[in-house]
Design a protein around this ligand. Structure first.
Ligand code: RP5
Length: 167
């Protein structure tokens, strides 16, 4: 199985918040590698990682960081691969600082920023990108979205039953 998604986290302290991303990629049978690298503490390696990612066979980069989260933007500066940013709720501002740092990228260097702690959505967005050239994955996504719809239908049915029992 070739690796497709590169997950970069700013610190090992980010791992608990990013496990939902790894679990969701696994559920779609998408291969991934994860590494720790910091835009501020190991900037040279961040540049190298991004410069070499396409050549190493990755199609998408997911970058997660908290505080003044420059990691996704720095990686995006050194690659033409799509970069998905996950702002993490860390520190006194609980992710608002990271959200603004990741989403407010200058024209030319986009980062597809998901919600604060949106680790699972980063995986799903990666899947949607990879599915553009993978019909099997496309079918898995269709099935996944149907499950979401069915979940809402079940909730609604439960609500209607409850409301009927009140009468
Ligand atoms: C960021 O600083 C990391 O992504 C992490 O969310 C935050 C704190 O890092 P540690 O001090 O726990 O290493 O770069």
């Amino acid at each position: 199985m070739n690796s497709k998604v590169l997950i970069v986290m700013g610190s090992d302290s980010d791992l608990p918040l990013m496990e939902a991303c790894m679990d969701r990629l696994d559920a779609f049978d998408i291969a991934w590698e994860a590494t720790i690298c910091s835009a501020h503490r190991s900037p040279d390696r961040a540049a190298d990682l991004a410069k070499n990612a396409a050549q190493r066979g990755f199609d998408v980069i997911i970058a997660a960081a908290g505080l003044a989260a420059h990691l996704p933007g720095v990686l995006a500066a050194f690659t033409t691969l799509p970069v998905i940013g996950v702002p993490l709720a860390v520190g006194p501002l609980q992710g608002v600082d990271a959200l603004l740092a990741e989403v407010q990228m200058p024209t030319g260097i986009p980062v597809a920023t998901v919600a604060i702690n949106g680790a699972a959505n980063a995986a799903i967005l990666s899947a949607q990108i990879l599915a553009l050239s993978d019909e099997q994955l496309q079918n898995k996504l269709i099935a996944f979205k149907s499950e979401l719809t069915e979940g809402v239908n079940v909730k609604n049915k439960r609500l209607q039953d409850k409301l009927n029992n009140r009468l």
